[in-house]
Design a protein around this ligand. Structure first.
Ligand code: DQA
Length: 144
């Protein structure tokens, strides 16, 4: 089984962002943790990050012709307003797990709304790097 992990806008800056919300793990360390768990669980992961909405939409389109068993997405701020990313994800039929490092529900009002939630099977928020690891386990279980 292969899973696609999508990181949206500003997420390459983890490690330099608000440590109270996002902790100290760098983007590279987060990806290593995901890759290590994937290896341990015997699945493949491909990781993609972009700060450009159109590029992210095109990566999602390309996934239609690829053989992923599921998708993890932390869309960053796009989560809260990008109907373009929501529409692109809606084209796919594999399970989608929405991820957030911070507990978006305990933050500013604009973060309480996700326009991606109705295309995701579920969301995991507030556990820092562990959100991705729980998300990978959830995606594997949905695909099994
Ligand atoms: C985030 C939460 C979003 O509200 C924010 O815009 C981010 C990161 C998270 O991982 O907690 O960039 O998706």
């Amino acid at each position: 089984m292969n899973f696609l992990v999508l990181h949206g806008v500003n997420l390459n800056m983890f490690g330099h962002r608000d440590k109270k919300q996002y902790g100290t793990a760098t983007f590279a360390q987060i990806n290593t943790a995901i890759e290590n768990l994937a290896m341990e669980l015997g699945v493949g992961v491909e990781i993609f990050q972009s700060n450009h909405e159109g590029e992210m939409v095109e990566r999602i389109h390309a996934a239609l012709a690829e053989n992923f068993s599921g998708i993890l997405i932390n869309a960053g701020a796009w989560t809260h307003y990008s109907y373009a990313i929501a529409d692109a994800l809606a084209i796919l039929s594999v399970p989608i797990v929405e991820i957030h490092m911070s507990n978006v529900h305990a933050r500013e009002d604009f973060r309480h709304k996700s326009v991606l939630s109705n295309v995701a099977r579920g969301s995991i928020a507030g556990f820092g790097v562990e959100s991705y690891l729980l998300g990978l386990r959830a995606a594997i279980s949905l695909a099994s």
